[in-house]
Write a new protein. Sequence first.
Length: 444
Amino acid sequence: MKTSIPKTFHVKSFGCQMNVYDGARMAELLEAEGMAPAADGAAADLVVLNTCHIREKAAEKVYSDIGRLMKRETGPAPMIAVAGCVAQAEGAEIPRRAPGVDIVVGPQAYHNLPALVRQAAAGARALDTDMPAASKFGALPARRRQGPTAFLTVQEGCDKFCTYCVVPYTRGAEVSRPWAAIVDEAKALVDMGAKEITLLGQNVNAWQGEDEKGRAQGLDGLIRALDALPGLARIRYTTSHPNDMTDGLIRAHAEVAKLMPYLHLPVQSGSDRVLKAMNRSHSRDSYLRILDKVRAARPDIALSGDFIVGFPGETDAEFEDTLRLVEAVNYAQAYSFKYSPRPGTPAADMDGQIAAQVMDERLQRLQALLNAQQHAFNQATVGRRTAVLIERPGKRPGQLVGKSPWLQSVHLETGAAIGDIVDVEILSAGPNSLAGAALVREAA
Ligand code: 5AD
Ligand code: SF4
């Protein structure tokens, strides 16, 4: 137990982009309390582990991190707060298993972090995993400067209850933040220099609300409102569910120039029987039909997806159906995972759990195919001229790294500044990134 208010803090986020967003907001909150950010956990008085519960491996990581912090070489163990989805799922079980933990705070309660820190500093263990009706967002301080790209959470939670997934339990029901709060936050981010905003939600395309005139709006309406913000150059959104891919949102891909040509649309499996057992409520065909419409609206769109191999009962033939779907789609980029049984989810109790070795082999085959598609997609951009948003310095002196409209990392040497959007010719492509040369505009 720590008995003084920490002077410095470090937030370490695992998992998805929503955690990255939450981590940034927790850091803003602690700074507003007068605590200073430390470069890493090795020296901080308070370490916040912002955790992920989506697969077992991710969830177990927190315990090895706690162990390391308890015996760190730089002095006494810090005050440790476990935040995020493991905090929500495991609650009081965490300090029972790892007694060095001082604070447990769930994803809907972290606006209370300063009070929990005071409670811990007074010698009491502090736990808050409430999911209050009033949103935490109203209780958070204003956004701070974060560089040229920013995340903005517009929607949280999930009502879809896919049978393998813990999200409906850790993040709660689908909730959309109000229009005005989102537009105000976007304006603040742009005023602080954001050139690109990525709208985030577990089901971001299920966002719904009313605009300032009281008209019902979906995510496409929100995208069009952001499109009108001078100074903002790029809009992205993630993660989407196929069933919420409305015609209006697809039309936005054709009509809104600032909306980048990239869509992450998880499908999980190419087998209708497995999709049904997963409770995905879409079929292989309905997914492909959506992608046809998206491609008709925006022919150059880069498609991305999520896949699970080894869902309970998945046969060799059903796994082959997934490979055939991947071949039919031709992804620019994708994430694939071995099925991990999660406590409390229906699939964890299903018959036909798949042997680890079979899952390994399936994952390797799927990833080999996806990697080849990604490499081919990157190769196809060689020789093209495109706009790159400069995000950060590269490893080599004078090198900068930015993103293409299709979310590829581009390395280049140019005198441009972070936050600039530069015309670039793509010179070469690797599996994971591109190299380019800035085009010097000829004098008129
Ligand atoms: N096992 C493996 N992968 C999972 N995902 C979600 N739950 C599980 C699980 N139990 C994957 C899905 C989802 C992504 C965020 O994580 O592919 O789209
Ligand atoms: Fe999980 Fe399915 Fe909801 Fe995505 S849609 S968060 S996979 S339950």
